[in-house]
Design a protein around this ligand. Structure first.
Ligand code: CMP
Length: 142
């Protein structure tokens, strides 16, 4: 049980639908501290680079277009087993398969408009955090 940091994005659908507060509250209620946060509008280049691991997937163009369709809120979450805790809170990628009570089960619209992104491993978390935040922008809470 290690203290970890992970990267979370509240996607354009959840921002547009007014779920920022409820989603952030779920993180805090589950012992994930928000140690960095900002609202930004991704450029196509940023979205392509962030999701470059998916560049050969058939859904890549739609994913990039969607992620640029409105502002997103990007945050660094810190807590014990933060990567796994966040993934559990998010629920399955496809909201049709996500349990009720998970963020995607409760707030997502479709597999593209699926409310949140979260790092899937500690290694990717580190890369994704540095994609959006300089070390100096991340608070030290403990
Ligand atoms: P995310 O966790 O942000 O990582 C990649 C995103 O691609 C994923 O959430 C989905 O929103 C999107 N996506 C669209 N189609 C698929 C698919 N068939 N499989 C996985 N991800 C998909």
């Amino acid at each position: 049980m290690d203290v970890e940091k992970t990267l979370s994005i509240i996607k354009p659908d959840a921002v547009k639908n007014g779920y920022i507060g409820e989603i952030l509250s779920r993180f805090e209620k589950n012992n994930l501290n928000i140690v960095a946060i900002k609202m930004i509008s991704l450029t196509a280049q940023q979205a392509q680079n962030f999701y470059s691991v998916h560049k050969n997937q058939p859904f890549f163009v739609d994913l990039v277009t969607f992620m640029c369709s409105g502002p997103v809120v990007v945050q660094v979450l810190e807590g014990i087993d933060a990567v796994a805790v966040n993934r559990k809170l998010m629920g399955a990628t496809d909201p049709k398969k996500a349990d009720s009570g998970t963020i995607r089960g409760d707030f997502a619209e479709s597999i593209d408009a699926n409310a949140v992104h979260g790092s899937d491993s500690l290694e990717n978390a580190s890369e994704e955090i540095s994609f959006f935040f300089a070390d100096s922008e991340i608070s030290i809470l403990s």
